[in-house]
Design a protein around this ligand. Structure first.
Ligand code: PMV
Length: 338
């Protein structure tokens, strides 16, 4: 039997940085789900003898990648208690991304949400019913979370909240919930252009970054700030307040990088080009009065966030100025979707 699907990446506005227990977040986060940046995955499965072993054949972009395969195998073994049928089949997974590696687009979010959704589809296909939660989205999101925290937000279109917050009634640390139904229409067509400033591998993995939060003396203040920002951004997202959303997104991005610089050992992922682009974006916003803002994940690349009605102006700005700072002039135009 075979399952084939695609799942998108997402970009966080309120950042998840710091975890506890079985990959639960220290603070609630919210992200836009992207539309063009996706993982395409095919899962084929063949019955085998149940020897309490995971048997996996994995290809990424048509090639064997031992490190990825080992990671997926460890993950499958870690959820086999909850999905015991994984021992009854040999699994063949073929995966590829629509975007380049180390582009500043979270490939773990798209690939791990694709994988968890394949597993839930597989469970349905073979008649397994012993799910932890009632809805398919909750189950997909829960199993995505166990693979890579932020991936759990990718199973919803538009926007998703992950982590318990007093500002959203059904929010949970266990899985993400949909926010798009409450979101103002201006954000349903919101643009995210990713500027590829450097395609170098990250010098610190997000796993290492999360664990450095454990001894970061600023952690309690950060978690309180994230909760406050969550309240503010949810109101702004509902009201269609593009400036407030942009201001909070920028504060969150700079806080994330501030926390990295304040870790022991400290690390700096921003490059001179990141700083230059930030300066140019702020100046352009001031000069034109147009609502162009940025966010950044755990890397040097900059995501430009802006409403679709200023698409042409922003594309001109990229062509005439920002492109000069991109590696080989590369950038990716994406938008909210899923
Ligand atoms: O899901 P992880 O463990 O790769 O962590 C992702 C962390 C950030 O991308 C920096 C922020 C976020 O909320 O997506």
């Amino acid at each position: 039997m075979s399952i084939s699907l695609q799942s998108p990446s997402n970009i966080a506005l309120i950042k998840y940085w710091g975890k506890k227990g079985r990959q639960e977040p220290q603070n609630a986060s919210i992200s836009f789900t992207l539309s063009q940046s996706v993982t395409q995955m095919e899962l084929d499965f063949l019955p085998k003898e149940n020897n309490q072993k995971i048997e996996l054949d994995f290809l990424f972009a048509g090639e064997r990648k031992e490190k990825f395969a080992a990671k997926i195998e460890r993950y499958l073994a870690s959820v086999a208690n909850e999905l015991p049928f994984l021992y009854d089949y040999k699994l063949f997974i073929r995966s590829q991304n629509s975007f380049p590696h180390s582009a500043g687009i979270a490939s773990s979010a798209s690939s791990m949400s694709a994988l968890s959704t394949c597993l839930v589809e597989m469970a349905e296909e073979i008649g397994f019913e012993d799910y932890p939660y009632t809805t398919q989205a909750q189950n997909c999101s829960y199993f995505a979370r166990l693979a890579s925290g932020s991936a759990c937000r990718s199973v919803y279109k538009g926007a998703a909240i992950w982590g318990k917050t007093s500002y959203w009634a059904d929010s949970s640390n266990e899985y993400a919930v949909d926010f798009s139904a409450a979101m103002h229409s201006v954000f349903h067509t919101y643009c995210d252009t990713v500027l590829l400033l450097s395609a170098q591998e990250k010098s610190v993995s997000s796993t290492a970054g999360h664990s450095l939060m454990e001894n970061n003396p600023f952690a309690p203040a950060r978690y309180a700030q994230a909760e406050e920002n969550m309240g503010l951004i949810l109101s702004a997202l509902k009201a269609g307040d593009v400036d407030k959303v942009g201001e909070i997104a920028e504060e969150e991005a700079l806080t994330l990088h501030g926390l990295m610089m304040l870790s022991r050992p400290a690390f700096i992922l921003l490059s001179p080009h990141s700083l230059k682009v930030i300066e140019l974006v702020k100046n352009w916003r001031k000069d034109t009065g147009l609502p162009l803002y940025f966010t950044i994940d755990a890397g040097p690349n900059i995501h430009l966030l802006y409403p679709h009605y200023i698409y042409n102006e922003v594309q001109d700005f990229i062509q005439t100025e920002l492109k000069n700072y991109c590696q080989n002039g590369q950038f990716i135009n994406d938008k909210v979707g899923g």
